[in-house]
Design a protein around this ligand. Structure first.
Ligand code: F6P
Length: 369
């Protein structure tokens, strides 16, 4: 592998935040500083380079040792993030008042090069890594780091943030048992995950709920209500159903809250719909809890901290080795590098024959199919 003469790099964190972002930043910065490189952090995704005037202290922050001290365990990102400023589809207001998507990726590359920045570590999910791939094609050296609580990025066994989200969701469902039992209710718990059911599946199996609804397996509500009734017949006095925000009924579509120019569509509402349908069909009092953004907060689990630190350091090693256009991927017991194109060309859905799905079925958990 050829080695490089890089002297100055930048880091960006884009898309929805996920626990572990600060650990990636710390590991990348410390590793790079130890190689004698300078590191700059771009504010709020690409905001710091596209709209520098919005940042009185500068759109690019010099990342020194003291700036990244004591941040490994913190949620969020010290750089800020954004999921509404995609350089490939920037929302720009037209003279007639309408908003159009404009490609400003050339501006990003130009602005970074103007600051003497030769390489970029892009920490993000499918959207942010697709942007990174384009910037790479335009002459910037780029290495991606796979982030998302949804775990829907292909070519890596796991993304950081996912373990923390599932751990928290599991703790929440555990807590719902007592109130559900006390009131003899059905509790429906909606979790994030976008178009993939990883969070719902792992949470639902870990807590051995009655039913798990995921986008990969369209459900029939009658199958769910039959399962709940069967449980009550067997003497149980409560039931819990975990619903992925992207779950959809057979023949139906995702439940979309809104879609704005330049942004991904927002999902939501599926849990409430399912809860209402269960209550109507069974006559049993049903409540819905939406965990939503709570899943993105808090301190990363040890697992997430460790892979975040490993990913951050590996990204710097990749640049040192002269790699570009790649994503760091977890391939236990090690990390490897995969082309960004491969990682972003399709979403990683839950395989219907994976052993976690089989385990759920073996335990009698219904998917509503
Ligand atoms: O991709 C991460 C994620 O948290 C999804 O699970 C969810 O659909 C989405 O982001 C929510 O994004 P926002 O921050 O725009 O509400």
């Amino acid at each position: 592998m050829k080695s490089t003469s890089i002297k100055r790099i930048a880091i960006t964190t884009g898309g929805g935040d996920a626990p572990g972002l600060n650990a990636v930043i710390r590991a990348s910065v410390v590793s790079a500083l130890n190689k004698g490189w300078e590191v700059f952090g771009i504010r709020e995704g690409y905001g710091g380079v596209l709209n520098p005037n919005e940042y009185p202290e500068g759109g690019l922050i010099p990342l020194t040792r003291s700036k990244v001290r004591g941040i490994t365990h913190l949620g969020g990102t010290i750089l800020g993030t954004s999921n509404k400023l995609n350089p490939l589809k920037c929302p720009v207001k037209q003279a007639d008042g309408t908003v159009k998507e404009v490609d400003r990726s050339d501006d990003v590359v130009h602005e970074l090069k103007r600051h003497g920045i030769e390489a970029l570590i892009a920490v993000g999910g499918d959207g942010s890594l697709s942007i990174a791939r384009e910037l790479g094609l335009k002459g910037l050296k780029v290495v991606g780091v796979p982030k998302t609580i949804d775990n829907d990025l292909d070519k890596t066994v796991i993304t950081f943030g996912f373990d923390t989200a599932v751990s928290f969701a599991t703790a929440c469902v555990d807590r719902l048992h007592s109130t559900a039992e006390a009131h003899q209710r059905v509790m429906v718990v909606e979790v994030m995950g976008r178009y993939a059911g990883w969070i719902a599946l792992n949470t639902g199996v870990s807590t051995t709920v009655e039913a798990i609804l995921i986008p990969e397996i369209p459900y029939d509500i009658q199958k769910i209500t039959a399962k709940i009734e069967e449980r009550y017949t067997q003497g149980a006095r409560f039931a819990i159903v975990v619903v992925a925000e992207g779950a959809k009924p057979k023949g139906g579509t995702h439940s979309v809250v809104s879609k704005e120019v330049g942004r991904a569509e927002r999902l939501g509402g599926r849990g409430e719909t399912v809860a209402a349908e269960i209550q109507n069909a069974t006559g049993r009092e049903t409540r819905c809890v939406v965990l939503g953004h709570l899943l993105r907060g808090g301190t990363p689990t040890t697992f997430d901290r460790l892979i975040s630190l490993r990913f951050g350091a590996a990204a710097v090693r990749a640049l040192e080795e002269g790699r570009s256009g790649v994503m760091v991927a977890l391939d236990p017991p090690t990390v490897r590098y995969v082309p960004l194109e491969e990682a972003t060309s399709r979403m990683k859905s839950v395989p219907l024959d994976c052993d976690t799905v089989l385990t759920a079925r073996d335990l009698g958990i219904s998917f509503g199919d």
